[in-house]
Ligand binder design. Structure first.
Ligand code: SR1
Ligand code: MG
Length: 429
């Protein structure tokens, strides 16, 4: 892993790339030129970024194609009134490499990190689509649950104290501790702003004015959301992706990959699992706006619901399996658990740990759902519904269920109970 001190991103020579300037710049990197083939004048560059933060280019050469992601010095969604450090490209490239080592083949390969221009050159994923788009269009991804559960189990377990020696975990943590600005975005936008009159908040208005106001006065909800925020701030359990929603997944019917870990830091594992499940629930509750007739998406709803239960069930089983077979970290020192009675006690402790992780997952899932409806950054699942009344009806159900998940996260018996709550919430449509 690169030392953060040698990875000063940006500087006097930094400039945002354009379709015209990127190819000549990349020509200076032999590893990039070798993949693209030909010379700079043969490369076709297209800016395709539609995310909240960065420039994203596809570069096509006679031999191959690549993706280039360049950080902008501000939040693209808002403009240059909101400056943002360029070093998020460093954290993204580092996280991609750690994730690839933990879960090989489940993230795009990094070809180059260039600190001066804050850009990451990586493998192009084609013909993959952003999973959120697929969820809106009713596309099933057969490998989704198996891949995401494997990705989360491997990347979270293998960066935790259950697997790493304490000194190595602390070394990795020290690097990602510097990703403070991106963490700050999450601290504000996910855990705080939806519960106060923040300037950048927005919601479907006037339909949701009442519930936006109600949530700002909801003491139990605000206290529970702040309890989740405290976990986010202080539980450095593992290297979390930090923004693991359906827009950070690219998939086909035969391949699923995780992209965009620029928010990565050492935080609570449930933040990733909760982001994923919360976004699947949003996808489920937004189907009302995407079906051609009432009930037209029922089979697809059932598919999403299965992904919610499968992803948790497969993830938790795989995580415990890794712990039991590769638990060589400084936590739960393996030599203490060689006899049958000790192993049984360890299994009980593992069950307690997974229960706590489940409750964290639900709390974070609820926070993520609420922020996407009352905060600054929304999701296309709902935003693409042009009938505002219909959109707001689904958003309201999501807000109520999100609140339930945050406030009552300890009361859900298991993931099937969560699935039942999703179905019950949607039954009011
Ligand atoms: C200002 S950035 C808004 C959101 O975009 C990213 O996808 C993260 O979710 C962030 O919170
Ligand atoms: Mg992103």
């Amino acid at each position: 892993m690169t030392d953060v001190r040698s990875a000063r991103t940006g500087g006097a020579d930094y400039r945002p790339m354009t379709d015209g300037t990127l190819a000549p710049y990349l020509a200076g990197f032999s590893e990039v030129a070798a993949i693209l083939g030909g010379a700079a004048q043969d490369w076709k560059v297209t800016e395709v970024g539609d995310g909240n933060l960065n420039l994203v280019f596809i570069v096509r050469g006679p031999r191959g194609s690549l993706i280039v992601k360049q950080a902008l010095p501000y939040v693209r969604l808002v403009g240059d009134s909101w400056p943002l450090p360029l070093d998020r490209s460093f954290f993204e490239s580092q996280a991609l490499m750690i994730e690839d080592a933990a879960a090989p083949g489940l993230v795009p390969k990094v070809v180059l990190f260039d600190a001066m221009q804050a850009l990451v050159v990586m493998e192009i994923l084609t013909p993959h689509i952003i999973m959120r788009k697929g969820l809106i269009d009713g596309v099933e991804f057969p490998l989704f649950a198996a891949t995401l559960s494997e990705f989360m189990a491997q990347s979270l377990f293998k960066t935790s104290d259950l697997y790493l020696p304490a000194a190595e975990k602390k070394r990795q943590m020290a690097v990602f501790c510097a990703n403070t600005e991106l963490c700050r975005i999450t601290e504000d936008l996910v855990f705080t702003d939806p519960y106060r009159a923040a300037k950048l908040n927005r919601w479907t208005s006037p339909q949701l004015d009442d519930i936006a106001l109600e949530f700002r006065a909801d003491g139990p909800l605000k206290a529970a959301a702040q309890a989740m925020k405290l976990k986010f701030l202080s539980h450095a359990e593992a290297l979390v992706h930090g923004d693991l929603h359906s827009g950070s997944i690219m998939a086909t019917s035969t391949d699923v990959r995780v992209i965009d870990p620029e928010f990565a830091f050492f935080g609570p594992m449930g933040f990733d699992v909760g982001a994923l499940i919360g976004n699947l629930i949003l996808a489920y509750l937004s189907q009302i706006g995407h079906e051609d007739k009432k009930g037209g998406r029922d089979a697809y709803r059932a598919w999403i619901l299965r992904q919610i239960t499968d992803v948790w069930t497969l993830f938790s089983a795989r995580f415990v399996e890794l712990w039991s077979t590769e638990g060589k970290g400084d936590a739960f020192t393996a030599e203490l658990f060689t006899d049958a009675a000790s192993r049984a006690a360890l299994a009980e402790e593992q069950a307690r740990y997974m229960r706590a992780l489940f409750e964290d997952t639900l709390g974070f899932a609820g926070c993520k759902m609420i922020r996407r409806i009352l905060g600054l950054a929304h999701v296309a699942d709902f935003e693409s519904i042009s009938d505002k009344d219909l959109r707001a009806s689904g958003e309201r159900r999501a807000l109520r269920l999100g609140r339930d998940l945050v406030v009552n996260r300890t009361r859900f018996a298991d993931i099937e109970a969560v699935a039942a709550a999703v179905v019950a919430a949607d039954a009011t449509r």
